[in-house]
Write a protein that binds this ligand. Structure first.
Ligand code: HXC
Length: 262
């Protein structure tokens, strides 16, 4: 994976953890069309690598995670159709990320604005650097969030907080973001903490980890009753795994479990 060449993203792999870095420092890592498509390709390649058990997404440099969609490309947009296409293209990439079977952690190392925050929202867990600033300033440009922000933000932090953030477009600091559940952790070095979180997740049974993600994701789109049925079905699948036997045996024999993902 390390050998792959992209212009605006970079992949580093250390054991089972892949780090995808958005790297366009001259535009604070803003997502132009090329970068979005490179993210999609890179994620596809990462997921095909059986060794990778967790993905961290971060931004290059100290200043920005991702400062949004690339505003300099907005001049090319004309009318309803183009706008809708742009939103759908970004939403596809965010959906691709949010439906990955492995844990995905955003290491928010600076500005996460607009499409940048929407990218972080597509991840399972967010770690913010103490200097991070998070916001959805789209209304200040005459837009609304279009890469999932109007849907994922209220699901994560509730409608009242989400509407406040989107209607004011204000930038939320890391400590406030932590208080409202917008991020899970705040650390001086977001990437280092994200690796620690990934390591903790990697200790657990991979199939169970992946099925938890599926249960939560599908459950969010349905009724409580429907979600509980999904949970029971997926629980049933975990009981049929070798890793379940291993986990129970390890507990009873007071030894660490060694999961094989089977
Ligand atoms: C293109 C961007 C950019 C962006 C920053 N840059 N953000 N270019 N798109 N989203 C560029 C600047 O133009 C500048 O280029 C360089 O990066 C450094 O940025 P500065 O503004 O000089 O830095 P600073 O003064 O420190 O301000 C940082 C900032 C500001 C607060 C993050 O850059 C900013 O407000 N950026 C825009 C944030 C935003 O509105 N994002 C939402 C976009 S809409 P030069 O060449 O001058 O050095 C969106 C919609 C998604 O994301 C959904 C669509 C369907």
């Amino acid at each position: 994976l390390d050998e792959l060449e992209f212009n605006n993203v970079q992949i580093d792999q250390h054991g089972p953890i892949a780090v995808l870095t958005i790297n366009r420092p001259k535009a604070l890592n803003a997502l132009n069309a090329d970068t979005l498509s490179e993210i999609a390709q890179a994620v596809n390649m990462i997921i095909e690598d059986a060794e990778v058990g967790a993905l961290i997404i971060t931004g290059a440099g100290e200043k920005a995670f991702v400062a949004g969609a690339d505003i300099s490309e907005f001049g090319d947009l004309e009318g309803v159709y183009d706008g809708r296409e742009l939103a759908l293209a970004g939403q596809d990439v965010m959906h691709q990320i949010s439906s990955l079977p492995i844990p995905v952690i955003a290491a928010v190392n600076g500005y996460a604005l607009g499409g940048g925050l929407e990218l972080a929202l597509a991840c399972d867990v967010r770690v913010a650097a103490t200097t991070a600033r998070l916001g959805l300033p789209e209304t200040s440009l005459g837009l609304i969030p279009g890469f999932g922000g109007t849907q994922r933000l209220p699901r994560l932090i509730g409608t009242g907080r989400a509407l406040d953030m989107i209607l004011t477009g204000r930038q939320v600091r890391a400590d406030e973001a932590l208080g409202m559940g917008l991020v899970n952790y705040v650390a001086d070095n977001a990437l280092t903490r994200a690796r620690e979180v990934a390591e903790a997740m990697l200790k657990n049974a991979p199939i169970a980890v992946s099925l938890v993600k599926e249960a939560v994701r599908r459950g969010m789109d349905t009724t409580l009753e429907g979600g509980l049925e999904i949970e029971a079905d997926l629980f049933g699948m975990t009981v049929a795994t070798k890793d379940f036997r291993e986990g129970v045996d390890a507990f009873l024999n007071k030894r660490p479990a060694e999961f094989q993902g089977e």
